[in-house]
Design a protein around this ligand. Sequence first.
Ligand SMILES: [Fe+2]
Length: 244
Amino acid sequence: MIYGVFSDVHANHEALKAVLAFFYKNKVERFICCGDLVGYGPQPSECVREIMKLPHVSIVLGNHDAALTGKMEMRWFNSNASAAIEFARKRLSGAELAYLAALPEMVKTEDFSLVHGSPRKPLTEYLLSGAQFSENLEHWAASPCFIGHSHMPVYFRQSSGVPPETDFLLPMAKVLMSGVRYMINPGSVGQPRDGNPRAACGLFDQEKNTFEIFRVDYDVARVQELMKTNGLPQMLMERLAFGL
Ligand SMILES: [Fe+2]
């Protein structure tokens, strides 16, 4: 079974379509989404609708999804992020809002765990250090644990008797996951922040127990044009071209 793993779509439908096309080309049968379907981008309704249609999707609530559905206070967000959440709230249908509102904060299966921020603080913690990874170990069971939120493709590994290891996942980098616990962030589909503007996503091969990261081209200029047309903040528009 091959899973397509993706996160932080952030209402970027052009990037989402490119990533889903890549998944289907690579024989993905199931999907894992680490949250933040909306916020920042110009097409929140299109993205939620696209993800609602996916067969066999495991998915969790992100902090932007939580704010949009009234589950998180807006004081957590800066003015640009707040403006994009307000924009999205006006565009989602009742069914799309209900879908977001019903998403769980954490998913636990026999084969993997799934959360947006971290297992101990699903909506707020940016998990970026080995120390944070160690502190979270008691809060989840099945490995790998997929996370999002930081928009950085990165992994953490715990082998017995040695300090936790962490590294960034470069394009096409593959990790083998035998006998140790892994936490993996597939990066962001719709707003990468690692200096690479291409959409990030990953393939989790359950039989081979491997995870591989990929970057996919999409039409950044079209998304920027849509953001401009809809009056979204200039800074959110500009950062897409740099992946920052
Ligand atoms: Fe995000």
